[in-house]
Design a protein around this ligand. Structure first.
Ligand SMILES: Nc1ncnc2c1ncn2[C@@H]1O[C@H](COP(=O)(O)OP(=O)(O)OP(=O)(O)O)[C@@H](O)[C@H]1O
Ligand SMILES: [Mg+2]
Length: 352
């Protein structure tokens, strides 16, 4: 591949904090954000690892925050392609912001379109589309405000989550509720805390998996399936991959062996997980890469929980990040994984 000028668009944790503080001044809004508010931000380690990976393939690499100054960075660097990992700070379209500016300027970018990123950030809209195409998802309702919380028709236990978050923002152990009273209280408190609609969905009691997908069209590869071993969590755990499980109980200095990859599952189950991941990838028009979270229902059928078109890519094995873990199991180094995402995008854009 020819040497490219690549601009990595990211949302560093510090950058998000700075942007939040600026916004805060404008809004005259008091109070600190919840402790998980910046969970989706990239660490400098991740940003450096992505840039290094691209450099190792011979590209000229620069980086820029995917914030409101991104257009200036785009004008200044005039890249051949933007490598997009920017999650953004606020609003339902925060992940779509960088791709929208790139589209406006006619600059190719890696990963999914603004429309797909906007849809996948909203767990309810994603599930509506998946179910339209016959892909199994657990029944759910969305609540926009604290009035008239009608949970009829849903079977307990339920999971209560902010509708547009990732990295387990708002998905704490307390998201698992077993009664109507508990559910109503949790819905109200999460609407207030996360300032967005909240989704209440039936709890899928079976095993959980995540499937990392790389490619496009006929060249789509599902990497070895990762399974989540909830037995490794403290016994008080509700057997969910919550904020506590991801960021409090599991620490780089004391990692929990929560993932198995490749998952020890039957050939039939592997095929049906790969099949649902590929279908979800196709119907949501995902591009280049993504991670599909899947859990079995009481009948053992795989259901999609949610789709991450900007997958977490923490570089160090002890950080327990699923996509890089699946790539390692497939025999790809971190650098190869990053450059495969770039190549998938270049192939789509006709960049040789
Ligand atoms: N309907 C459900 N049934 C069972 N478990 C669920 C359900 N919804 C969420 N969970 C549990 O909560 C975890 C986090 O939920 P979800 O994947 O929706 O959040 P997220 O913050 O977007 O995750 P990510 O870190 O992958 O971006 C899941 O991995 C799963 O363990
Ligand atoms: Mg998830």
């Amino acid at each position: 591949m020819k040497r490219l000028n690549v601009l990595v668009a990211y949302s560093s944790k510090e950058g998000l904090r700075k942007e939040f503080d600026e916004l805060h001044c404008v809004r005259e809004d008091d109070g600190e954000p919840p402790p998980d508010f910046f969970a989706e931000g990239d660490s400098s380690e991740t940003i450096d690892a992505v840039m290094e990976a691209l450099r190792s393939a011979g590209h000229d690499v620069k980086g820029a925050e995917g914030n409101s100054y991104f257009l200036e960075s785009l004008e200044k660097t005039r890249p051949d392609i933007v490598f997009n990992i920017a999650e953004g700070l606020t609003g339902d379209l925060r992940e779509a912001y960088v791709p929208m500016l790139c589209e406006r300027r006619g600059i190719p970018f890696t990963g999914s379109s603004p429309l797909t990123l906007g849809i996948c950030l909203n767990k309810a809209r994603t599930k509506e589309i998946l179910s339209y195409y016959g892909i199994s998802v657990s029944p759910f309702k969305t609540f926009h405000d604290n009035s008239e919380i009608d949970l009829s028709g849903l079977r307990y236990p339920l999971m209560i989550k902010p509708v547009s978050e990732g990295s387990s923002k708002g998905v704490f152990e307390d998201s698992f509720v077993e009664s109507e009273d508990e559910a109503v209280e949790r819905i109200k408190s999460k609407i207030e805390k996360y300032r967005q609609p909240v989704i209440a969905e039936e709890f899928l009691p079976g095993d959980e998996f995540t499937a990392a997908v790389l490619g496009n069209g006929k060249n789509t590869e599902v990497l070895p399936i990762v399974s989540i071993d909830f037995d490794k969590l403290p016994s008080c755990s509700k057997r969910i991959y919550s904020y506590e499980a991801k960021w409090i109980w599991d620490k780089p200095e004391r990692p929990i062996e929560i993932f198995k990859c490749p998952a020890k599952i039957s050939e039939n189950l592997r095929k049906s997980i790969e099949d649902i991941a590929r279908k979800a990838f196709a119907v949501l028009d995902i591009r280049d890469w993504c991670r599909v979270d899947i859990r079995l229902d009481s009948a053992g059928t795989p259901n999609v929980i949610e789709i991450n078109p900007l997958p977490g890519i923490l570089p160090k094995p002890e950080d327990n990040s699923c996509f890089p873990k699946a790539a390692r199991a497939a025999g790809y180094s971190y650098a190869e994984m990053i450059n495969m995402a770039l190549q998938n995008s270049c192939a789509r854009h006709g960049i040789r």
